[in-house]
Design a protein around this ligand. Sequence first.
Ligand code: AGP
Length: 606
Amino acid sequence: MCGIAAIASHKSVAKQLYQSLLNLEYRGYDSCGMALMDQNKLALRKNIGNVGEVNDKEHFEELKGNMGIAHTRWATHGGVTSENSHPHFSNDNSFIIVHNGIFSNYQKVQKELLNKGFTFQSQTDTEVFANLLQDEYQTTLDIETAFCQAIERIEGSYAIAMITLHQPDTVFAVKKDSPLVIGINDGANYISSDMNAFISETRDTVIINDMEYVMLTKDDFTVKRLADKQSVSKQIIHVQWDKQTAQRGGFSHYMLKEIFDQPQTVRQALHIPKEEIDTIADKFLTRKQSFCVGVGTTYYVAMIGTYLFSKYAGLYVPNVSADEFPAIIPVSDDQHVLFFSQSGETYDTRMAIRAAKSKGAATSAIVNVVGSSISQEVDNCIFQGSGPEICVVSTKAALSQIIILWQIVLNVGLKNGSLTQEQVDLYRENIFEFSRTIETVLNEESGNIRNLAKETSHIKNWLFMGKSIYYPVALESALKMKEVTYLHAEGLPSGFLKHGTLAMVDENMYCLFFIPTKETKDLYESTMMAIEEVKARKGKVIGFCTDDDTEAMNLLDHYLVIPDKHPELNFLVEMVMAQLLSYYCALDLGLNIDKPRNLAKSVTVG
Ligand code: AGP
């Protein structure tokens, strides 16, 4: 996740663009830059560091011109270097672009361009698109056509803004699976990843949909569909937010914003280039034994990995909590360990990496922060590109890791013959559709979850239960509840209940069940049996169940429904619902949600 901004104005834009970068900094802050058009010349300044640091070096406000683009980066491809920061020029310096997202086929397109004699100054996927524009323009000699044809040649997620010497009064922009909005003002128009970029100038905004492109001048804008190049009439929305609210995208806390970011981070995770997935998948196939390792939330991601590998690739991949890993795992050079870390700095995970490496094991990681220690210590790293996760508790970063992990599992399953290509394609489609499902569920169920939180936030003791892959979801959801509400929430496998914990159950005990869809028959029935066990002891039972599950609804004291879409993805829909439940309970209790007591975002001590 990065932030992009563009302005076309009757006045000089450098100062306003710099302000836009400051307002967008929460979307990424490893490097930034801006390019302005002045008297048919493009001037570029960019460097590494946060927006203020880069400005101290580059003095953005010295740039001249009434039109420009700017970018603040959260690296996904290519390290944190000045060359990799945006904007990026085409080879002939006639096009310059900023991009938020991932071009998943950039290596293939780059090869085609290299064969045509193009050269590249950076390691980014973005520079490929700048040169694609030049390539298309050489044959079409029309900017709009070149822009649309270049888009047809790329895959992945993107919000792009471009200016060019060939049409110096227009900013071009387009989006797919990454956000893009327009701001409308007297004498100036704006394009950005979110309205926060221009909130101090205007609150009149237009939301751009996927596969729409924009041509924007200082006095006007046109939005067209990529499919048929026809104009789309757009409604101008007037927003009332103050600046701080805008920074959180209108949400009252970063936790809520990050929960609602998840449909986008899932789609972004689906666009991780295949080569990166392949490299780590091959380690699972070539090494005798692999492990999944994380700590806290990322340990639960690792646990989910064990279930996914078993189901889709027929492999037993044990999960281990990073803090225990050095003590119990006798790693050797025929083994491989996949680590998960949002921050890339967690002490326990770093010690586990050291232990694995000291025995010669291969190491891989899925990490959110480019340049972090863990990303540098492992042999292979996938950067998840989820954007900064500001709330101390992890939500979107964990879900994104699960989606990337799932792609690795599918890749392993395909290569070892457990899955066919058709099955893999179908699962990928379902994961994509899941991103839409959580969008719907978040929008439609928030009110119900909020009401349930109001009724239950006084509860001091919770048991969170699930079976099979719903078990790590129960653990993760209990951790979320503990972190933000400071209440006691114990996660356990529902089959474990009768082996001891049932002794605690009476009318004061609240149990939250993660119920699978009925299609999973045995799993469903054994979860229902655990619910009956609690009911028989007068315990209170709350559950997430599918909208057609009348049996569960009749049994539960409170229920929250989810659509019965794809049984294999329901556990993740329920995980997202449980994040919201924790959030609303903490809200009801008036707690410091984004910075819970005693916790830190990056745990760098042992
Ligand atoms: C998650 O909500 C927690 N804040 C915590 O458990 C966290 O997941 C853990 O410390 C690992 O952090 P990492 O992903 O940055 O390595």
